[in-house]
Write a protein that binds this ligand. Structure first.
Ligand code: ADP
Length: 237
């Protein structure tokens, strides 16, 4: 399994944000991780990436428990947080070079930076300051930083929010390509995005998993309703 979550719980002060959830994701799946605002998606993703500790239960990435193997986790996970924090004063290639040092890519650095610039379509922007780029290109830089170290697992928190329709199609293609060989967990509010990209859907509501199935099975189980209606009926309460 690329990602395994067992009995995972997070309590902030007295609020239970994630309530004893479990799931396994094998290599090669693109999983849509859905839920209304406040459902516990970001909290779960932050625990899997090692950014915050769980209160109870465990998350395992590529065979090792996250909280006990943070370096192994960072090596194997690429993470694009919802806010996409970037160094706006840095130039695109300079930023990727900096990250390649952080990840200790050594002599592979230049070749990998070229590859990632090519993959994310940043060729014409590589000498520009990140702060001067459009939102779509900043998002590509965010994706580039997530894949620079060629991780096995990619965790993307609303990767297409705020992008125009053309940019959305381009970013989706990139993610789909990545998902052919790796594992992707994708949080989004856009159901068409899930239908376009994901083989599997996990829906979380108020910290509990209310569905975990292939898209086809989920529709069969719910009178063939569209995903939007299924989502609404499962997250009303
Ligand atoms: P989602 O990503 O699905 O919108 P979150 O994981 O961000 O949900 O939040 C789940 C719940 O935990 C929410 O009720 C939110 O207010 C709460 N929460 C998230 N982060 C914190 C925090 N740092 N301190 C206290 N409560 C938090």
């Amino acid at each position: 399994m690329s990602v395994k979550v067992e009995n995972l719980t997070k309590v902030y002060d007295e609020q239970v944000a994630v309530n004893h959830i479990s799931f396994d994701i094998p290599k090669g799946e693109i999983v849509g991780f859905l839920g209304p605002n406040g459902a516990g998606k970001s909290t779960t993703m932050k625990i899997i990436t090692g950014y915050i500790p769980a209160t109870e239960g465990s998350a395992t990435v590529c065979g090792k428990e996250v909280s006990n193997h943070l370096i192994h986790t960072q090596r194997n996970i690429g993470y694009l947080p919802e806010s996409n924090p970037l160094y706006h004063e840095m130039y695109v290639r300079e930023y990727l070079t900096f990250l390649s040092r952080v990840h200790k890519l050594g002599i592979k650095s230049n070749k990998r930076i070229d590859e990632v610039i090519e993959l994310t379509g940043l060729g014409r922007e590589e000498k520009k300051k990140i702060g001067s780029l459009s939102k779509g290109y900043k998002q590509r830089v965010g994706l580039a930083q997530a894949i620079i170290h060629d991780p096995e697992v990619l965790i993307l928190d609303e990767p297409t929010s705020g992008l125009d329709p053309n940019q959305i199609v381009e970013i989706r293609d990139l993610i789909k390509n990545f998902g052919k060989e790796k594992t992707v967990i994708l949080s989004t509010h856009i159901m068409q995005e899930v239908e376009a990209m994901c083989n599997r859907v996990i829906i979380i509501n108020k910290g509990n998993i209310v569905a975990d199935d292939s898209l086809i099975q989920l529709q069969q189980n719910n009178e063939h309703k569209n995903l939007e209606d299924i989502f609404r009926s499962l997250t009303l309460n």
